[in-house]
Design a protein around this ligand. Sequence first.
Ligand SMILES: Nc1ncnc2c1ncn2[C@@H]1O[C@H](COP(=O)(O)OP(=O)(O)OP(=O)(O)O)[C@@H](O)[C@H]1O
Ligand SMILES: [Mg+2]
Length: 269
Amino acid sequence: MSDTPLLAIEDLHVKVAEKEILKGLTLSLNRGEVHVLLGQNGTGKSTLAYAIAGHPSYKVTQGRILLDGDDLLAMAADERARRGVFLAFQSPVAVPGVSVANFLRTAYQARFHGAAAKATDKTVGQAGGFSVIEFQKKLMAAMKGLKVDPALATRYLNDGFSGGEKKQMEILQMSLLRPTLAMLDETDSGLDLDKLHVVGEGAGRLAQEYNMGVLVITHYKRLLTYIKPTRAHLLLDGKIAVSMGPELVDELEEKGFDYLKATYVTKSA
Ligand SMILES: Nc1ncnc2c1ncn2[C@@H]1O[C@H](COP(=O)(O)OP(=O)(O)OP(=O)(O)O)[C@@H](O)[C@H]1O
Ligand SMILES: [Mg+2]
């Protein structure tokens, strides 16, 4: 085993709509580690996730992002996804006209069977090593495991879905795509307590089972009871201002951002 981190971000500067949001962010994450990213609203947590995933509106103007030592910034968003970079969106968008089942199958094929292995809809059985029936079984099992209403499979992706259903869809994707780097952007928000349990436990189990590197973005501790963080970072002024153990999350919950800033940022500056 080499000691190349799964994700290495160096001096990252990102501009959104001509405004610099990230201003020299450095972060490194290994397989099997769960890092939590904390920060006040609008500090750029989602911006970081988008920049890693390759969203074209989030422009990297300086710095590097390496995945397993390879230049992620040289790859298009779909190539990053094929390499196992996954982002569960804070606000998943609706895709009218594309059913959940079709969307997931296309994503699954792209990740595991290559662009050339497109099965036509009518093909039953093997197509470029891909079995529609096998996939259907996997999908049903994954939906059952995450207690997703089976009726959602035939509906258009996120179209008219409740807030919680959208978040369930994100973790359903994660379960089928088995990313190497999973970024969960406020996946806990909008879930009722039962769903939080199912989704949190599901995501935590997957992360462990596949030895993923996980970046959790959250404002609350509750998801972290299921996905135990190994490290916590505070994003402030476009940079990681503090990196320490998961106790930072407890301190934030108990004492708030001003306390963290006064305690850690001023002292270390
Ligand atoms: N597409 C965009 N167009 C214009 N401004 C944007 C865009 N995306 C992000 N921004 C701005 O960039 C800043 C950082 O946004 P970002 O979504 O990364 O914050 P965040 O840390 O995820 O906040 P929250 O905790 O509220 O989710 C905000 O001021 C936001 O308004
Ligand atoms: Mg956000």
